[in-house]
Ligand binder design. Structure first.
Ligand code: IMP
Length: 414
């Protein structure tokens, strides 16, 4: 049985809290795309950990964690996270031999290209994600399994650097010295080698166990279906998670989509419901909307049911979680986008080009306090109406409503 958790907006929806809530139900937790551009903070026994590459199953001592073939792995980051978390988790961690490696030059290229783009920069996390996936698609990438034969890998990389010399010079990116590179590759093999296996086979052999595919980034950042080019470089939607793990569609049991009660975005790109005034500032402050990975202030605005319906459909969601409802506490009115205006006409679907659309809002009555509420009947009437309004518009059950950071500040509906 395989369940999947996926973000429905532009990321940072609070997937980590729902994963934390349900992680105990799973024997295997799998990351299937993205890399250390993802990030969430978890608290275990009072100690704070920032997870970027490690699957959230590390929170459950009994779960096995899998970094699937669709992930791009920056070995120094993974080694660091393992050290922070405790070497014990090595016994519960498997890394796909087919996962591609992020090397230092990918990070340097990411940063150099963003600089060259100037005001058209994507606003990437600067982690080398795009350049590593570009090499994968161009069939010149390096996979984790290649750490097994360092001489062969070094030969391949020497040829790669030779082939790209002109491009590297243009961007001002250094080509590493062979001996330094060898030392690094050897260290990575020593630290990670035992965990690098064919994870696809492992997952197939364990299909009778309970598995959770943990999405990173989110639907509107999907390379195909997001707001291209202001997207990440992987397929972040449910079907991408299957490709990124080798699990067949027929094994998928349940898809849970996660959205915030409002919308945020980091980086550039269209965001129709962004509020550049006081409401946006208030949401940022109340919701502590600053990035876990880069610390950047997030752009904030209202809930967009057009985008949410699009995301729910793309992912085939069975249920939805609405996070951080309490951040909207105290607003006299709350706005919800129910359609877009484009070239003088109204549309109710998510277009391929989002740049030109203007949001069409309805205003609902606000509520005083939903913070820390744990039962549906204890939510203020207007908060219930807000949830029911969204539920009706997206046509999918809202199963979880989060009303605070703590695990138990959650309404779970039958
Ligand atoms: P990249 O993934 O670093 O290439 O960045 C591409 C876009 O995706 C940028 O707008 C980033 O801010 C955004 N992004 C990447 N990872 C995350 C994430 O985990 N949460 C939110 N936004 C992200």
């Amino acid at each position: 049985m395989v369940d999947l958790i996926v973000g429905l907006q532009w990321g940072d929806e609070g997937k980590g809290k729902i994963v934390d809530l349900v992680a105990k139900n799973y024997d295997i937790v799998i990351r299937s795309q993205g890399g250390h551009n993802a990030g969430h903070t978890v608290v275990v026994d009072g100690k704070k950990y920032a997870l970027h590459l490690l699957p959230s199953g590390v929170l459950n001592p009994n779960a096995t964690n899998v970094i699937g073939n669709g992930v791009v792995v920056y070995p120094p980051q993974l080694i660091k996270e393992i050290k922070n978390f405790g070497q014990g988790i090595k016994e519960k961690l498997l890394i796909s031999d087919k996962a591609h490696m992020i090397l230092d030059h990918h990070i340097a290229i990411d940063k150099a290209r963003e600089k060259l783009r100037g005001k058209n920069a994507i606003g990437t996390t600067g982690r080398g994600i795009g350049p590593a996936y570009a090499d994968k698609i161009a069939r010149i990438g390096v996979r984790m399994g290649e750490l097994k034969n360092i001489d062969k890998l070094l030969n391949k990389l020497t040829h790669y650097y030779e082939m790209n010399r002109g491009y590297f010079e243009y961007l001002g990116v250094d080509i590493p010295k062979a001996e330094e590179l060898r030392e690094k590759l050897q260290e990575w093999r020593d630290e990670l080698g035992d965990m690098i296996v064919n994870t696809t086979n492992y997952l197939w052999e364990n299909m009778d166990k309970n598995m959770l595919l943990e999405g990173a980034q989110a639907t509107l950042l999907d390379i195909d279906h997001g707001t291209y080019p202001y997207v990440t470089s992987s397929n972040t939607i449910a079907s991408g998670a299957l490709t990124g793990s080798g699990i067949a569609p027929k094994n998928l049991n349940k898809v849970t989509g996660i959205a915030k009660a409002y919308t945020t975005r980091v980086g550039n790109g269209p965001f129709p419901t962004e509020d550049l005034g006081k409401a946006g500032d208030r949401i940022r402050e109340q919701g502590a909307e600053f990035g876990t990975t880069t610390g950047r202030p997030r752009r904030c605005g209202w809930f967009d049911v057009v985008a949410a319906k699009y995301a729910v459909t793309l992912n085939g969601c069975d249920e939805v979680a609405i996070m951080k409802l309490d951040v909207l506490d105290g607003f006299e009115k709350v706005k919800v986008c129910v359609g877009y205006e484009i070239d003088g006409s109204e549309i109710d679907y998510f277009p391929s080009e989002l740049d030109e659309v203007k949001p069409i809002y309805v205003e609902l009555e606000g509520w005083d306090k939903s913070a820390l509420v744990r039962k549906w009947e204890d939510l203020p009437k207007n908060a219930q109406k807000y949830i029911e309004f969204i539920e009706e518009k997206i046509g999918t059950k809202i199963k979880y409503i989060s009303t605070g950071a703590e695990r138990n500040a959650t309404v779970i509906r039958d």
